[in-house]
Design a protein around this ligand. Sequence first.
Ligand SMILES: [Zn+2]
Length: 612
Amino acid sequence: MIRLEKKGGKMNSRSIFIIALIVAVAVAAPAWAQGQAQPAAAPAAQPGAAPPAGGAAAAAAAMKAPFPPFHIIGNIYYVGSSGIACYIITTAAGDVLLDTGYDDMAPQIEGNIKALGFKLSDVKILINSHAHTDHGGGLAALKSATGAKLVAMAQDAPYLESGGHNDVLFHDQNLFPPVKVDRVIHDGDTVKLGGVTLRAYLTPGHTPGTTTWTMTTTDKGKSYNVVFLGSVVAVPTNKLFDRPDSPATYPGIKADFDHAFAVVKGLPCDVFLASNGSFFDMQKKHDALLKGADPNPFIDPAGYQAYVARSEVNYQRIVQSQQGECDRACLIMTTNIYLAGLVAHDPSIVKFAPDVKFVENTVPMKPGEGLWKTASAIPTTFKIYVPDTVAQEIGFLGVMEENNRPIEFALRLKLRNGQIVEAEHLIARNLNETSLVNLVVPRKAFTTQVPPDQQTPRDEMLKIGASYYEALVSADANNAPFADDCVRRENGIQTTSNPPPAAPGFGTLGALGCAAQLHTHTFDYIKRIEPRRVEIADPETGLVFGLSQFRHPMEEKEVKIVGVPGVDHVDMSRFKPFDLPAAHIYKVSGGKIHEIEAMGFTMPYNSKTGWE
Ligand SMILES: [Zn+2]
């Protein structure tokens, strides 16, 4: 039932409906055979990725490898190793040292400070990103070498003072020399020295007191916001949920991580620095700086946002894998990760259940096949999500690219215990300009909430979605609650409520509304719609997601049209039988269907759906 219509509502001699059928039949060849594989893109780098081969000792040694100290920007200097970042912040009244690396790195850090021409005795204050051995292990040594005072976040201070005993993640495995905290601070507190102010933000989760430090610095006459990001790395061994058989890493860790991401996403950042060099591409930026890069490569607001976003995706994946139930945000995040995985050609990014069932355009496949090989760009502006927390399913409709050509993509994911157990792709290819012009952004109704007093209970929404198919095959609009303003689009093409034609005729059909069009019997060639799978609804947005297969035996040579001046029938004699697998999204508000966004593609008559 996909139709083609010339923009502007002016119809030529044949009805939009007939043109559409010609187009539909012309593309009836198995569409999934079109896309050929192309080289796989590199998967997105994950923060907290696996350490280099050779075990923990080799990984630590690689992190500790010496790195020449250098001036970063303004009054900030790098005195860390290849992997572990440590900073000197100079002021008129002495210096601040942020982090020290491992205990056995102390001579290295001291050497780096001196190599830059600074005196150890000028270091007045020690601060810390978090109380782990690789960032605070050397605090005791540096404290005695410099005589500086240690300032630490309240939640991490006990771990510094106990030398890492009872660490929430490592327990007693990563001990370091204990160090006395001279000043305990709290979220938002500042450290001031010689006219320089550092503000501490509590960004917990990695440790209970992980601290992100911020300041402004002036370089070449310009002022910059600097962020020293404390680690926001979640690892799979973090237990984010507190369960009787599996207690949380520490009480409230998930709320802490959620808070940390909310905070770091909101920090103004020009100069992006962090507790580990790899987080902000330290070596690459250092090399560029030495070659005279201008502007200073450490000025990298986009890099900051990208790193935070990647870290949050990493975190959400862990949340998702650990929570039995996926909430709305989790379902949407799962979809986004899935889409990113498709374009990276890397199913390992996605948490599939071992017995996942995956079907693309009615053909059962394995993850890694089909669009997993051909996707070339993720959906950008046309995206409609229908998360259903009750069904643990999400329906999605988007416009993305396959082999660099636009496709309309319907996706259904079903989760069980946070793993994807069913994945279903429907792909409409060969979109023309008439389609694409309406597939740039979704109609507003598909991205906005329904006011609470207009929301419909989920069960009722599912019935309303299913009623549409009944209305079609019965040619009786009374079988579905169409609103007067109902507008339908199919593969982007508006198929109802178009401007009326200058002269009555076939064009009049396309000018009718959702209900009135049904009464003309124009859809009588749709003999069966089966199966009808309507199991996803989101009361908040009023969206219902339905999958179905339209069956057209095309046994009758004409369809009789009722109530359209100048049109008494449509000639069907040239059309062969065909199926149309389709996805529909209905906007339901006040118990009525206000918008329909559909996509579909043709298949041989009486095809299987892949879900038998
Ligand atoms: Zn750490």
